[in-house]
Design a protein around this ligand. Sequence first.
Ligand code: ZN
Ligand code: ZN
Length: 744
Amino acid sequence: MPMFVDVAFPISSYKVFSYRVPGAFSKSIAVGSRVKAPLGKRTAQGIVVCIRKKTEFKGRIKEISGLVDDKPILNEALWRLITWVSEYYLVPLGKAATAVLPTRLSTEYSPHSNKTVMLVESPDMTLVGKRATAQKEVLRFLSQKKIPILISELNSVLKNPYQVCKKLHELGLVVLGEKSILPSTTGFLHEPIHKDIKFNEDQKDVINKLTSSINAENFSPYLLHGVTGSGKTEIYIEAARKVLKKGKSAIILLPEISLTPQIAGRFKAAFGDTVTLWHSKLGQSERAWIWKQICAGDFKVVVGARSAVFMPLKNIGLIVMDEEQESSFKQESPDPRYHSREVALMRGKIDKSVVLLSSATPSLDSYYNQVKGKIDLLHLPKRFGGAKYPLVHVVDMNEESEEAGNPRYIFSSLLQEKIQERLDNNEQVILLQNRRGHSPVVRCMDCGYLEVCPHCAVTLTYHKRGNTLQCHQCGFVQSPPPSQCQNCSGDRIHLSGIGTQRVEDLVENTFPSAVIKRLDIDSAKSARVISTTLTKFSKGEIDILLGTQMIAKGLDFENATLVGIINADAGLYLPDFRAGERVFQLIYQASGRAGRRQKQGEVVIQTYDKDNPVIHAASKLDLKKYYNVLLNERKSLNYPPFSWIAKVEFAGKIKQNVESVSQTVSTSLPDPFKGLEILGPSYCYRERIRDNWRMQIVFKSNKDKDVSGTRLHTFLRKGLKIDDLKQTQKGVRITIDINPVSLL
Ligand SMILES: [Zn+2]
Ligand SMILES: [Zn+2]
């Protein structure tokens, strides 16, 4: 019987292509198989999306030329998820599939393995020779261990332990084995972290609810709203344990693995070799290896960043998303521009599993879904172990600067005093300044000219380390910085604004005997640097840790009792509907770093806008009140969670073409349905990035008229003629972003 398949390729076309399947392949081909097939003049790799007995196609039909994988690389549930991603985010199926699957699945990779040794049960010690001191040493060492240890660990006891172990093995006293050194350990600190936990009543309550949902095997979405320090990680571990007991698997999503080594370490301790990590720092062959091991059923728990939501685990019982409000869960490029939270919820539906969204500062979207009863709330209102909330001081920097007679004041006297106090008490300080570099604005005092990036419409930041001007959008570097104004040749160049390097200088000058460490993406190029710094800080080897948002989250430092927020207003005035929400979350989270245990913490928030509702609510640590203010604001402006939004972006090197293509697309749109607002085309806030001009059309569809967002989807699909849409026209790239996290 003839057999045909439809194949999607990772190209910017929504079309699929039909092929005949040669008899030799017909047994092993399945939906989701990767195949090689002629496409135009070349042979390309694509993915089978449909198998048919007949084809509608009238022309000459070509044949599949080869199979890429000998075993299935995904299961039916995952395939359904990929199809959903393609439909929901309006991305060609081939592209969606490529984004999910590791590119080099067929390459061979086997991890290193090391030899292990373990004592047998009730060994017959009389077999050991009287003079065999080395053997006795080894046996004594092993008698204290219950599990196999690496033979190399014995190097601390004696030289050449392998020979001795071999001898003991011959005598039948020990068992030898091998242990794979998993690729996921590369560059990451996730040694097992053991902790003995006694759950409090709130935690028990949460665990009971989760357990009954896990047992019910229905799709059950939850929002776990736990204040910082309320012991959420323990909940994740306990829930995962229940899921594994039922023979199912779990995915734990973290916003950034390198910043949360503690959570990975805790999972390693709890689940040992059934856990693997999945993150962007893995090499292609490591990815392929992990993927295949998961398909083979060797891993039951994946801890990873956003793309871990696509792991080929079977029978998922639990998906946890820690810090669910984080924008790093959204993929900005390349396509598909998916949000892991949305994908996780869909995957939970497909696999009938528990989806646990978790945060101390939930996204407004999840918060609202919970208010509306779409997801259930689990609440941990108390800090773990009875730790107290910090005492918050707000400093009006306008007053401070005036008093000091210095408009560019960085440290209020209160913050200086408090830092000194902590240093005297041998306690630690965290300082947050969410801008890197030294001075974010370089201005000519004569004509007012600002140094801007030649490739982007953004100002250049002065970096003192290395003496350069840098663009934080595209990475452009100018070294050394100009000594004269490019506009008027004046030499009165002024550096203004405050970056982390500037704060670092000032802290060093003010507290010369303190050990200070700065953590931002300039100082921490690798995950290793980040984790070493954090480990040093937790051991008390650093007095003052200073940095960007990197240091604000997920970390547990017993002795850090003061948090200073240098400029709480940073980011507050960006023209984006989520700006306020983000600033609030950052201040709230950073404040949560102060005093995690018995010592009462303090927070000093410095602001030039004391009465701003964001600053005000953050200083009161009053989340509910602020979220209600936010909800009212969003409602009146018809922004999410009250509407669905989509953004169509046009980017290209030639300005006129960007304008004309966006105009053409815009005019060919049908009339909007009632409840749909169409804004633009207009220039993006950052109108030029990497030499590309950027315009956008924004669609807002009110949920009163469009409950599930399907009307907006249908409108876009038809209006943009998705099936025939050329993603590049006249050198202008068209990208569709469903539920964008920002409109900048
Ligand atoms: Zn000038
Ligand atoms: Zn630039």
